[in-house]
Design a protein around this ligand. Structure first.
Ligand SMILES: *[C@@H]1O[C@H](CO)[C@@H](O)[C@H](O)[C@H]1NC(C)=O
Ligand SMILES: *[C@@H]1O[C@H](CO)[C@@H](O)[C@H](O)[C@H]1NC(C)=O
Ligand SMILES: *[C@@H]1O[C@H](CO)[C@@H](O)[C@H](O)[C@H]1NC(C)=O
Ligand SMILES: *[C@@H]1O[C@H](CO)[C@@H](O)[C@H](O)[C@H]1NC(C)=O
Length: 285
């Protein structure tokens, strides 16, 4: 009787072992990673599987891009998508412990998404999903080159923000750096002058804010507008800034045309005066 019971127990054990398979586990929740940092995407089984018979496929669920492949006892970098070549690290020595986790290094904004870890062993397979919910970043860019404008023209000073934080939750201000003049802060434009007429010279693209575009429009620029402008962004306890250099080219074509006409006109006047005085003199002699 004892022997029979033992046999039944053994049978149950064998069935659960090889037929009922295994269960792949992942993280308890979504992951949040800093930009440029590294993260372990957890994937494991409670009870180790025979390492040489295991196949582990790590893929992104949206693009089905192959992040890492382990097959026939080794990693297969040749099958891997190029962008993961030097960034996805599989712990081959951990397989014997049923650990199929992947370390993703130098995390980029595009790494945000859902990853599938699928484990094959003998005729069976199971999978788990790992989500990178956010890549924490706060990046701001302005203009690489200086912005030039003629007298009286309107210019746009670029400032765009790339972040995991929503643009609505950011605090943005614009300043003219040299003179420390505040032009925009907390959704309000300021004038660089007490003059009533100058009030509307600074404009903000409110509709562009959801896209992280915090560019500033400066209307009818003048010589004194020349200088370095700074866009400052505060969000999530962090602060970043960028600068835009505004150079003024002085006269516009309109000015130059007027100037040429003026020179031509005064030349004509001078010439006719010379001719007149000459003929006048001749008359006297
Ligand atoms: C898997 O291995 C990695 C690297 O050694 C380790 O950081 C991680 O905690 C391990 N995960 C489990 C579930 O053992
Ligand atoms: C400002 O941004 C726009 C849109 O990205 C771009 O086309 C333009 O060249 C930028 N201007 C400068 C001066 O960088
Ligand atoms: C921001 O929006 C304005 C208005 O649509 C546009 O002229 C400018 O190029 C945009 N800047 C960037 C950096 O996208
Ligand atoms: C900024 O002002 C615009 C319109 O003036 C408004 O729609 C928007 O909600 C304001 N944003 C904030 C953060 O106060």
């Amino acid at each position: 009787m004892m022997h029979f019971l033992h046999c039944v127990l053994m049978l149950i054990f064998v069935i659960s072992d090889d037929t009922l398979g295994f269960s792949v586990r992942g993280p308890s929740g979504p992951l949040v990673v800093p930009l440029g940092g590294s993260v372990i995407l957890p994937c494991y089984v409670e009870r180790p599987l025979a390492a040489e018979k295991v196949k582990v496929v790590w893929k992104r669920t949206d693009s089905e891009a192959l992040v890492h492949l382990y097959q026939d006892g080794e990693s297969r970098p040749e099958a891997q998508q190029q962008e993961y070549h030097d960034r996805a690290y599989f712990f081959t020595d951990q397989i014997q412990h049923g650990n199929f986790s992947l370390r993703l290094e130098n995390v980029r904004a595009e790494d945000k998404g859902v990853y599938r870890c699928k484990v094959y062993s003998q005729q069976l397979a199971d999978k788990t999903l790992v989500e990178i919910k956010d890549v924490e970043r706060l990046l701001v860019s302005g203009s690489d080159e200086s912005v030039s404008a003629y007298d009286g023209e309107d210019v746009t000073l670029n400032c765009s923000v790339d972040s995991h934080i929503k643009p609505e939750d950011m605090e943005v201000s614009w300043k003219k750096r040299d003179e420390d003049i505040l032009l925009f802060q907390n959704n309000e434009t300021f004038s660089d002058s007490s003059d009533e007429r100058d009030r509307d010279r600074v404009e903000f693209f409110t509709a562009e804010i959801p896209k992280g575009n915090f560019s500033l429009r400066l209307k009818s620029v003048r010589t004194e507008d020349k200088g370095v402008y700074m866009c400052l962004v505060f969000a999530g306890g962090l602060s970043v800034n960028t600068t835009v250099v505004l150079v003024q080219l002085g006269f516009s074509w309109l000015h130059i045309t007027a100037l040429i006409l003026c020179i031509v006109a005064s030349g004509c006047a001078l010439l006719s005066w010379l001719v007149y005085s000459r003929t006048g003199n001749q008359g006297v002699i």
